[in-house]
Design a protein around this ligand. Structure first.
Ligand SMILES: *Cc1c(COP(=O)(O)O)cnc(C)c1O
Length: 409
């Protein structure tokens, strides 16, 4: 009965062109990677899909630090942080991050989580008690949405970037505690939330601003500290969540907030308390990765990334002008996340499959991850891409556009 039930649901997923499948990478995370497809055949692919924005995942110093960490601390941490899983390496990562954000959040303290998903779930469920109203941005990441579903708080959604709607909702609220929750950089769109305006509303209505900077940390700001540095924000009302599996190239996440908030999370966030701490070796390697983010290497990589973004944007602009009959459009992004909106699910998957046959991996993103009719290629750039890599993508997209236009005519 269960199997029949699931098979019928799987068929429904397939009928909507929504079936997902796993590929297997055989080489390190990098723009040029050997990947085994669903057909079992391994191919050399030019990847425009990882969130390893600074190319640190396979950086020799990061890999060496991980190996050194394993020699120093062994494999797993053995227990949850409050039992015996917390190490000096964990503490040093937290201290480094607290110091980094001290200019932005007074009395900042940092608390580590195993993944960004866990950090988001932990923060939203721990802070979102029955006295709280959560104001949740429409395009928030699934992990924030899942947090609001598990929380006991009242949840009110506001439109994407709609500061005026949020103001009206805050003005109506009678809740004792108000939390505004938003992605800093929207993961499927690449645009940046209007954080200064949101913070001004938090001040005006005595609310707190939870910022998920998964895609800004390491990438935005002169020193790579992310969207708070990008906007030059400073407030006790900021609760920052950052992830360490994207630009930092490893794994994990952190929350930086006023020390009372992080102390409460340590006492109350169930997935902090009841889950095995990350391996100390990973934390040891994170120290090297954080050092690289802050160093001249990090700055140079961020500059190169900005140059690649400009090249891609100009190239796609020219391509769209050459193919006016196609409904494609480039999302207005200021980050290395550069979605090309195609429209239908079948169209985007056909395009992604064609690119893959030509040796380029650019994932198609479909509903429910994005709105219906807005299926897209989610192009992400990394500092380890070259100009030639971007030119190759542009040429492949142009050839596909020519064929699709011809087929439609
Ligand atoms: C990736 C992502 C997360 C989850 O982080 P993980 O460390 O991958 O679990 C959370 N929020 C946003 C916006 C993300 O893009």
């Amino acid at each position: 009965m269960l199997l029949e039930h699931l098979n019928s649901k799987l068929r429904a997923i397939a009928a909507q062109d929504l079936t997902r499948f796993l590929r297997e990478a055989e080489t390190p995370t990098a723009p040029h990677q050997r990947v085994r497809g669903a057909d079992g055949v391994a191919r050399e692919l030019l990847m425009f899909c990882s969130n390893d924005y600074l190319g640190l995942a396979a950086h020799p110093r990061v890999a060496e630090a991980l190996a050194e960490g394993a020699r120093l601390y062994g494999g797993g941490s053995g227990a949850s942080p409050l039992v015996s899983g917390h190490s000096v390496a964990h503490a040093r990562v937290s201290q480094t991050l607290a110091d980094w954000f001290a200019p932005h959040i007074p009395r900042a303290r940092s608390l580590g989580f195993c993944t960004g998903y866990m950090a988001n779930l932990g923060v939203i469920t721990a802070l979102g008690d029955a006295d709280t109203e959560i104001f949740s941005e429409a395009l928030n990441h699934a992990s924030l949405i899942d947090g609001t579903r598990l929380a006991r708080a009242q949840v009110t959604r506001y439109g994407h970037g709609d500061v005026e709607q949020l103001r009206a909702l805050l003005a109506q609220s009678r809740a004792k505690v108000k939390l505004i929750v938003t992605d800093a950089v929207f993961s499927m769109d690449g645009d940046i939330a209007p954080l200064p305006q949101l913070l001004a509303l938090a001040d005006e209505f005595d609310a707190w601003l939870v910022v998920d900077d998964a895609h800004g940390f390491g990438v935005l700001g002169e020193q790579g500290r992310g969207s708070l540095e990008h906007f030059g924000l400073r407030s006790e009302r900021l609760i920052l969540i950052g992830t360490l599996g994207k630009a930092a190239g490893l794994a994990g996440a952190f929350v930086v907030a006023h020390e009372t908030i992080t102390e409460y999370l340590l006492q109350a966030a169930r997935n902090f308390i009841f889950s095995t701490a990350s391996p100390a070796a990973v934390e040891h390697a994170l120290l090297t990765s954080l050092e690289l983010i802050a160093s001249e290497t990090g700055r140079a990589r961020r500059r190169h990334l900005v140059a690649l973004q400009a090249r891609l944007e100009a190239g796609i602009g020219a391509l769209l002008a050459r193919h006016p009959a196609l409904p494609w459009r480039l999302a207005p992004s200021q980050t290395p996340v550069r979605p090309l909106i195609i429209g239908g699910n079948a169209e985007v998957m056909e395009l992604a499959a064609r690119l893959e046959r030509e040796g380029l991996r650019v994932p198609g993103i479909r509903p429910p991850t994005v709105a219906k009719g807005e299926a897209r290629l989610r192009i992400t750039l990394c500092a380890t891409h070259t100009e030639a890599d971007v030119e190759r993508l542009l040429a492949a997209l142009d050839a596909a556009a020519t064929d699709m236009e011809r087929a439609a005519a």
